[in-house]
Design a protein around this ligand. Structure first.
Ligand SMILES: O=P(O)(O)OC[C@H]1O[C@](O)(CO)[C@@H](O)[C@@H]1O
Length: 562
């Protein structure tokens, strides 16, 4: 770590943590470390490793049974903490020979739902539906769709045998699982929130099913947990990291920019949720910046804190050189050496402690997510309206042409000034960006390789030209991750929401709406909350040809800076 001018504040806070024995207070779940508003009820993740070790036999038995029966694919349906952790574990460690492939569906984009359906043969697929609350909209509509498909493909009597639920005890999903004869139910721990759940059943069940050595993963986590008991804050790997992140944010370095070796890069998506949902509230936030295209080290602002997760077995020489340049440019960089892929278990625990500690330094409750509910309420109102009226409420664009239509509220229209075309509106919007802001692209489109690449190019242009941090989230996935910080954090976000016409749509069985309608309602609900919070937000609606629309958007963004 080269903390630059932060060094003093960090040293002071570390000394305070040691002198006041705050590490012991954390482990004894003392809510007064935070805001004394019930934090003690959400610290079950401190004890979850031992509890999961007791479940290892059950995990192995289920994994062996499905393999013997010829299951080739596991399709996980879930959002946020119920999907991001399993996806990271599979992408970083999974893929053992002979083990089922794990697919993670966390989008209501109809093309994406269809793509996942086409990717698996349901006769040899186990559907794993994961939801702590059991009431989240997305896993419930995914389950409705895939249970219906299973009935068609394997028959009514067999469908339940192809489904396993992971949920907290007493949830509505448990009732559904019992009613529909699911093969098994694995229970979560109610004192562990979604984003802290990766070392609970929500992470260990999918990991075991996809051939990951869960005992080894837990051993790694336990090793880090032991290190995080150290009362000396400066040598406590989780506490020290949390103090750096918290103090950096207080000093204006609130864009936590994640650099990671390719072999461990998927961890960034999990970190985004953990950090953003935990710290982004009451007008404060640590904004995670993941997978941002790199620029010249000298061009980054003074609002950045870099974290470099370097995988010893898979280090990238270019990345090493870039980090060196950042050091020379005086940027603070925290370097974390990750021994091998199983050391991911260590990182999970280190970052959970660090996030909790950063929350304490920032004086917030890191275990709630007050602003996520707001967009859920608006979305529900819209889907209810659709069920009653057969259509979503009409809306009128501010300007449109053949490729893009622009939507926003009165306050944003006034701030844009007179604009005659979508291109002018986008340019006026991006000109509102000032130093210390971040620009977030919120894309409610299929998360394909091509769409990711096109959006990353747009992001690269904005980063280079505006000189600000840039983020990319796919809707509705980011709603259960960074979305909390975008709404609850400081007013430094400039948002470009991207929606499209769906070339194909898919009916949600048993409901009056399609996945396309759900996604549209989620985008509108999300936008409505941004408007309500007075955020700088513009929605660009593309046609059904998303590739052409993204090209038009890119030209508009490039044109802004010419
Ligand atoms: O597991 P659940 O209850 O479906 O929740 C999914 C996600 O939604 C949130 O509750 C809110 O976005 C996350 O914290 C959570 O991980």
């Amino acid at each position: 770590m080269q903390p630059g001018s932060l060094a003093e504040a960090i040293a002071r806070t570390l000394a305070q943590w040691t002198a006041e024995r705050r590490v012991a207070r954390l482990w004894t779940k003392d809510a007064s470390l935070w805001t004394s508003s019930g934090e003690e009820k959400w610290l079950g993740w401190l004890d979850v490793i031992e509890a999961q070790r007791r479940e290892l036999g059950a995990r192995t038995a289920l994994a062996d049974a499905i393999r013997t029966e010829g299951i080739t694919d596991v399709l996980l349906l879930g959002m946020g903490g119920s999907s991001l952790g399993p996806e990271v574990v599979f992408r970083v460690i999974g893929g053992a020979t002979g083990a089922p492939r794990l697919h993670v569906l966390d989008s209501t984009d109809p093309a994406q739902v269809k793509r996942f359906d086409d990717a698996v043969d349901l006769r040899s697929t186990l559907v794993l539906v994961a939801s702590k609350s059991g009431s989240t909209l997305e896993p419930n509509v995914f389950l409705a769709y895939f249970f219906d498909r299973l009935k068609q493909v394997v028959g009514e009597a067999e469908a339940g045998r192809h489904v396993v639920a992971i949920t907290d005890p007493g949830s509505q999903m448990q009732k559904v699982a019992e009613r529909d004869g699911f093969r098994a139910i694995a229970f979560g721990e109610p004192t562990v929130g979604g984003r802290f759940s990766v070392l609970s059943a929500f992470g260990t069940v999918p990991a075991a099913l996809s051939g990951v050595d869960v005992a080894c993963l837990l051993d790694e986590a336990a090793q880090m947990a032991d290190a995080c008991r150290s009362e000396d804050a400066a040598t406590n790997p989780g506490v020290a990291l949390g103090v750096v992140i918290g103090e950096a944010a207080k000093a204006g370095r609130d864009k936590l920019t994640i650099l990671a070796s390719p072999g461990i890069a998927p961890l960034g998506a999990w970190l985004e949720q953990l950090v953003a949902e935990s710290t982004g509230k009451n007008g404060t936030a640590v904004i995670p910046v993941d997978l941002e295209p790199r620029g010249d080290a000298s061009t980054y602002g003074s609002d950045r804190l870099f974290v470099y997760l370097r995988l010893a077995a898979d280090a990238d020489a270019d990345q090493d050189a870039f980090v060196e340049q950042l050091n020379h440019a005086g940027q603070p960089v925290v370097k974390i050496d990750v021994r091998d892929t199983y050391a991911l278990g260590q990182e999970f625990f280190r970052w959970e402690i660090a996030t909790a500690v950063a929350g304490a330094v920032l004086g917030i409750n890191p275990f709630d997510q007050p602003d996520v509910e707001a967009s859920k309420i608006k979305t529900r109102a819209l889907t209810d309206a659709f069920e009653q009226e057969g259509a979503l409420p009409a809306e009128a664009p501010v300007v449109l042409d053949t490729e893009m239509a622009i939507f926003t509220d009165e306050a944003n229209v006034r701030a844009l000034g007179p604009v005659a075309t979508p291109v002018e509106a986008i340019a006026a919007h991006l000109r509102r960006v000032v130093a210390g802001d971040y620009v977030a692209l919120l894309a409610y489109i299929d998360m394909t390789t091509d769409n990711i690449a096109a959006l990353q190019e747009i992001r690269a242009v904005i980063r280079a030209q505006a000189g600000t941090a840039t983020c990319l989230g796919f809707g509705p996935r980011f709603l259960h991750s960074t979305g909390q910080a975008y709404k609850g954090g400081p007013d430094s976000g400039v948002f470009l929401q991207i929606t499209c016409d769906d070339a194909v749509d898919v009916q949600v069985p048993g409901r009056a709406f399609t996945f396309g309608v759900v996604k549209a309602a989620q985008a509108r609900g999300d936008f409505g909350v941004l408007e309500e919070r007075g955020r700088r937000a513009l929605r660009v609606h593309l046609g059904a040809d998303v590739a052409a629309g993204l090209q038009a958007l890119r030209s508009a963004v490039e044109g802004t800076y010419q």
